[in-house]
Design a protein around this ligand. Structure first.
Ligand SMILES: C[C@H](O)[C@@H](O)[C@@H](O)C(=O)CO
Ligand SMILES: [Mn+2]
Length: 588
């Protein structure tokens, strides 16, 4: 069982006994309780269970109580803190000074007691001590006896808590590279300093020959294998072979490939998280796994030139269900692109929802589409679309066939219904892989994403001299008329999954138009998440000290540590770079 980090709630108070402190005890504790209840009822961990909060055993008025609270939080696996107060308290005496976890303070906007004055004092302390912290100050004045949390405060609490939990819950897990560098893709040169210093993660790696060994020596659960194979045969539609006549596989060869790709799926999962069944079968060492919260599979070319490709394995593991029913998706990057894998992981931790891995392949302007098909794009796609498509490894959830009262959606796994799973599978086929690329065969996932889904595409790029940098584009999936889709898709590889993506354009900078988004993309891949999560990603990036070089999030939604303003308040992008550079990675 994974243990998830808790949110520590710290009610701070004016330490003056004989009147002041006593008069504030109840209200201060009540604030802590209402924040804890609000967060527990609003947020869930990746397994679907409600997020847990720990409230300090007592209000915190003097340094001894701050230290007691810090010890309590250590014992109780707290990974981020929120300090709440309606009143003045003694700044540096009451603050939590743990440097490597996110902190926020909610200073009550009232005037009977000066909660906001404490907020400002504590923020100046955090700035002076080099611990960036988030300030939450409601816009409207509340009465002294108010117990509600105003909407603007709620929003900031949620943004902070989601991002803080992401920081805390990836820490100490590993990224498992299965194979090495894929076809010279820089993102698959795994940067251990990046994972260790920025994400607090370990790096593990195995050679792909480990798959061969486990297949040949039968190191997987044979019972689960039978269940899986049966389920795959009954539920995963094999689509038509698109290869030229002379390259078509025979039935027996295809059947053997299905067996291999199902085994690869079991093995990759066991490599990532271990499997106690393997110990019962006499494989105690393999039962341990690599503690991976994310992984990548090189595949091309050493594996795929000889063995069936990794598409089926990557797709199923990235999906929110399999033969065992619904379950949390695994984060598995194609082509071992660890920077895209890390981005998928951040997206996932913010949403608990499966991630699409895709090549950012082609910008189709409205004119180009019209020239080729005679069709003029409309709706979200009217200014052009970007063709997101890789060789078939994207999550099945990405076809948008799960339904939210008829609207396409990607859901956390615990919300997926049996009908959702059926519809997702019914609208996917697994087509024999293109042999020119994949000599060893395999099956590529083929689907078309439904239109009108809010999506966010993101990507961490690594820049020598700066370090990691994040780019974010919110937008929508676009549904093209079927014939138009096929005309465009046939020019690529029609056996792969397609998402037509239209970023929201702003007319400025990298978002001048759709072309400029494509033109500013930092690498061949993007990590695509359901929903508009750009603001949450910006908060998370600031916590990890990863500057954001382009985004299309409205300025009033951006929530960064208070001290970011000290690096400049006009040109926010430049201030972000300076702040990230000043603080350096969270775990350096
Ligand atoms: C099959 C091809 O090699 C594709 O996998 C290739 O175009 C990529 O995905 C590159 O990222
Ligand atoms: Mn690719």
């Amino acid at each position: 069982m994974r243990e998830f980090a808790r949110i520590g709630i710290r009610p701070t108070i004016d330490g003056r006994r004989r009147g002041v402190r006593e008069s504030l005890e109840k209200q201060t504790m009540a604030m802590a309780q209402s924040v804890a209840e609000f967060l527990t009822s609003s947020l869930r961990y990746p397994d679907g269970s409600p997020v847990e909060c720990v409230i300090a055993d007592s209000t915190i008025g003097r340094v001894q109580e701050a230290m007691d609270c810090q010890r309590q939080f250590k014992r109780e696996n707290v990974g981020l803190t929120i300090t709440v107060t309606p009143c003045w308290c003694y700044g540096t005496e009451t603050m939590d000074l743990t440097p490597d976890m996110p902190h926020a303070i909610w200073g009550f906007n009232g005037t009977e007691r000066p909660g906001a004055v404490y907020l400002a004092a504590a923020m100046s302390g955090y700035a002076q001590k080099g611990i960036p912290a988030f300030a939450i100050y409601g816009k409207e004045v509340q009465d002294a006896d108010a117990t509600d949390i105003p909407t603007d405060v709620q929003e900031k609490l949620l943004t902070f808590a989601k991002a803080g939990l992401a920081v805390a819950n990836i820490r100490d897990y590993s990224y498992l590279a299965m194979g090495g560098v894929c076809m010279g893709i820089a993102g698959s040169i795994v940067k251990d300093d990046f994972f260790q210093e920025y994400l607090g993660m370990r790096n593990e790696s195995i050679d792909m020959s480990e798959f061969t060994r486990r297949i040949d020596e039968g190191i997987y659960d044979p019972e689960e294998y039978q269940v899986a194979l049966k389920w795959v045969k009954a539920n995963c539609l094999e689509g038509p072979d698109n290869n030229p006549e002379e390259w078509l596989w025979g039935r027996e060869e295809l059947d053997a490939q299905w067996e291999t790709v199902v085994k690869m799926t079991l093995i990759a999962r066991d490599l990532m998280i271990g499997n106690p069944r393997l110990a019962e079968l006499g494989f105690a060492e393999e039962a341990c796994g690599h503690g991976a919260i994310a992984a990548g599979f090189q595949g091309q070319r050493q594996w795929t030139d000889h063995f069936p490709n990794g598409d089926f394995m990557e797709t199923i593991l990235n999906t929110s269900f399999d033969w065992n029913g619904k379950r949390a998706p695994f984060i598995l990057a194609t082509e071992n692109d660890s920077l895209n894998g890390a981005t998928m992981l951040l997206n996932y931790m913010l949403t608990n929802t499966a991630q699409i891995f895709a090549d950012v392949r082609t910008f189709w302007s409205a004119d180009s589409v019209e020239r080729v098909t005679g069709h003029r794009l409309t709706g979200h796609g009217q200014e052009g679309v970007i063709h997101l498509i890789n060789s078939g490894a994207a999550t099945l959830d990405g076809n948008g066939q799960a339904s939210d009262n008829g609207k396409p959606i990607m859901k956390p796994h615990w919300e997926l219904t049996a009908d959702d799973q059926k519809a997702i599978l019914a609208n996917t086929s697994f087509r024999p892989a293109s042999k020119g690329y994949f000599r060893g065969g395999g099956f590529s996932t083929n689907y078309l994403t439904k239109g009108e889904m809010p999506l966010t595409m993101a990507r961490i790029n690594f820049i020598k001299g700066i370090g990691p940098v994040l780019q974010i584009a919110e937008g929508y999936s676009v549904e093209l008329p079927e014939a138009v889709h096929h005309q465009l898709d046939d020019r690529t590889d029609p056996t792969w999954p397609t998402t037509w993506f239209a970023p929201k354009v702003t007319g400025k900078g990298a978002f001048t138009d759709v072309y400029s988004v494509m033109d500013n993309w930092g690498a061949n891949h993007g990590a695509i998440s359901y929903g508009h999560i750009g603001a949450d990603l910006i908060t998370l990036a600031a916590m990890l000290r990863i500057p954001v070089n382009m985004h299309n999030v409205a300025e009033d939604q951006i929530f960064r540590p208070r001290v970011w303003g000290m690096f400049g308040t006009e040109q926010l992008e430049g201030a972000d770079y300076r702040a990230c550079q000043n603080y350096g990675p969270l775990y350096k």
